[in-house]
Design a binder for this molecule. Sequence first.
Ligand SMILES: C[S@@+](CC[C@H](N)C(=O)[O-])C[C@H]1O[C@@H](n2cnc3c(N)ncnc32)[C@H](O)[C@@H]1O
Length: 271
Amino acid sequence: MTERLAPPAEHRALAEELFGRNLPLAERYARLLQTKGAEQGLIGPREVDRIWERHVLNCALMVRALETPQGADGAAASDGSAASSGSGTSAESADSAAALPEPVRTLADVGSGAGLPGLVLAIARPDIDITLIETMQRRCIWLEETLEDLAALDEEDFVGTQLPQVTVVRARAEELHGEQEFDVVTARAVAALDKLAKWTLPLVRVGGRLVALKGQSAPQEIEKAQKTLQRLGGENARIELIRAEGIEVPTTVVSVDVTARPQKKGSRGGK
Ligand SMILES: C[S@@+](CC[C@H](N)C(=O)[O-])C[C@H]1O[C@@H](n2cnc3c(N)ncnc32)[C@H](O)[C@@H]1O
């Protein structure tokens, strides 16, 4: 049987909730990260013992930022009422914003690296078409090989939902401006928000959302990115702290809605 890395007992319920019938795919992915991924330097040596909490679950919790309606009526309540039933998870929002159109159909993860968070989200949300945009060839090869491995598991070891629609694109995000648009663009550990917004907001369709996994510097990053966000049609920049039982550090997500596509300089609009 193909080797997998099961979540630690204390995180089992959360992992089952987030991945459902695709949990074996997440377990296989965690194992690949821990072995081949570490050998190839995609994951630091100190990370091999905390793959689940620091990487897989941390990224999978981002699905809450896709699900949480952020209406002005305060639907993203800090008491966790916006989270799915019985999950023990909660999303706290610093601001109100427009709801994402349901359902989210397309998502691009910029600077996927080892597949974080894009591949994890693909396993958790097989209903979304996911594009992994990565500039380094070596990392694109890893992503392709990992997808092949997971597809084989799908046939051999479990009867889950089909492996999700995942496409790997070797490119810098900026090279795709004007060519492709997505309902949601995600990123983790790629660049500070000001630079990240320049790379990613042109890839978010009007009415869509940038969802970036950030750390403690999130408030300062939002402050510094204000002008860029305004120029690129990004609004309602806000921080969501997504908590889950047994997870020490909450997943910190910066979400930005794209409400308009700015005209290029010199363009008069229309024909
Ligand atoms: C620090 S790694 C983070 C990888 C992964 N997101 C994670 O959290 O483990 C940053 C990744 O972004 C990629 N990258 C940097 N700039 C990029 C750009 N403009 N477009 C696409 N990928 C980019 C790098 O090649 C690298 O794989």
